[in-house]
Design a protein around this ligand. Structure first.
Ligand code: NDP
Length: 380
């Protein structure tokens, strides 16, 4: 018998019950352990294509319900309030649609999907079935990142003029980021580029008007299906520019800078979840470094999403926020293939992250992991 998701009834003092879908690297190092710090949330089921791994993970987290992907609907109908989708990018859309049809709320990893069409379908399905849909932009709740946003808005740097970012890592050939072609969300732009696009958008608090992109890859079988690196220029209203390079074939780099007429900040690392975030702030002769220690950004985003469900609020990193990035990714690839500047057209976006969204959760210790490796090939 199908159980009613509890969000339809009285939600006072209740916990949102989640199924985590996909037990890969991120799920095991960050998402599953994040539930311990999200006190309004409860991890009750796992969905995986690997039953042996799932059984071991279930034992570790004391969970007695395991489902295969074919049994997803059964899972959705068994008293689950929300799913946290941690699957490869090309599966975000289909697993979101299936959850929405079952009336189950969806927290979906970034990038939201592979195309703007998929994003729109996800938004519509969530709306039609009265489900909350949030894209897991964990940095929207992270203090260091929100501090950078606050400073950019405060006028401290004068008029903010340009943003630049480098984000790279060496990804091993058999990782899903390289085995899936660009058309299915493989490659550094979908994986890392969305962080740079998202950051430029929330720091400028605007949507770009035009983009131009270029790609480059060494001649290696590793980059047969997708690009090694992508470089992008985005032109924002008021004559502002954002540039970034993302790469799967270069040493680890994780930084962005925001430069204004009177000062600048550099965040390095700027996008990290496994460590802290540092902001170097320079105004005239005065320089200071602000250090924000490692926090559990996943506990923060899970508890935020549960709170939205419990209080019937619309999450800020909404489907529209995910779509805002993906339509830019699409325009970048259009520019890459045409060699021309691509005009993005108007996109209205009123809600953006601000310090009001800060959620601070203490870090957890390194969890034991089963049969997963990091994108760079290290056993986690
Ligand atoms: P992994 O490849 O490590 O894990 C993906 C998991 O998805 C697999 O382990 C598998 O789990 C499941 N899966 C189902 N179908 C497939 C398929 N066809 N091919 C491969 N795997 C499949 O990826 P990550 O954990 O690194 O990334 C997962 C998602 O999380 C991505 O969307 C990524 O962008 C996002 N991400 C977000 C981060 C953040 O900071 N917010 C950081 C890293 C990733 P099973 O064996 O259980 O079926």
């Amino acid at each position: 018998m199908k159980m009613r998701p509890m969000h339809r009834g009285n939600t006072k003092n209740r916990k949102i019950r989640y199924a985590v879908v996909g037990l890969g690297h991120l799920a095991q190092v960050a998402v599953l352990p994040g539930f311990a710090g999200a006190t309004n949330s409860e991890l009750v089921a796992l969905v995986s294509g690997d039953s042996q791994k799932a059984r071991k993970v279930a034992r570790q987290y004391n969970i007695d319900r395991i489902y295969s992907y074919n049994q997803y609907e059964e899972c959705l109908g068994a008293g689950i309030d929300a799913v946290y989708i941690v699957l490869p990018n090309h599966l975000h859309s289909v697993f979101t649609l299936r959850a929405a049809r079952a009336g189950v709320h969806i927290l979906c990893e970034k990038p939201m999907a592979v195309s703007s069409t998929e994003c729109r379908e996800m938004i519509k399905a969530a709306r039609d079935h009265k489900c909350k849909l949030m894209i897991a932009y964990r940095l929207h709740f992270e203090q260091g990142n929100l501090q950078a946003i606050r400073m950019a808005q405060s006028g401290k740097f004068g008029e903010v003029r340009y943003f630049s970012s480098d984000f790279s890592q060496q990804v091993v050939a058999d990782n899903v980021r390289l085995t899936q072609p660009t058309s299915r969300g493989g490659g550094p732009l979908y994986d890392m580029g969305v962080y740079c696009i998202n950051a430029a958008r929330y720091l400028f608090r605007a949507e770009p008007e035009e983009v131009i992109g270029t790609v480059a890859s060494v001649n290696s079988p590793k980059f047969a299906k997708t690009d090694e690196m992508v470089s992008v220029v985005m032109r924002f209203p008021r004559e502002r520019i954002a540039t970034f390079t993302v790469s799967f074939g270069a040493a680890e780099m994780d930084r962005y800078s925001l430069v204004g007429t009177k000062g600048a900040l550099t965040a390095e690392p700027g996008y990290e979840y496994a460590g802290g975030i540092n902001l170097k702030v320079q105004v005239g002769e005065k320089a200071q470094t602000l250090k924000f220690p490692k926090r559990d950004q996943f506990a923060a985003e899970i508890s935020y999403f549960s709170d939205c469900i419990l209080k019937n609020k619309d999450p800020e990193p909404s489907g529209e926020e995910g779509l805002a990035d993906i339509r830019i990714v699409e325009a970048i690839y259009k520019s890459v293939s045409s060699g021309k500047v691509v005009n993005l057209g108007k996109y209205e976006k009123s809600k953006r992250p601000s310090m009001a969204q800060k959620i601070t959760k203490p870090p957890h210790s390194k969890p034991k992991t089963i049969d997963v490796e990091s994108p760079s090939g290290e056993a986690a």
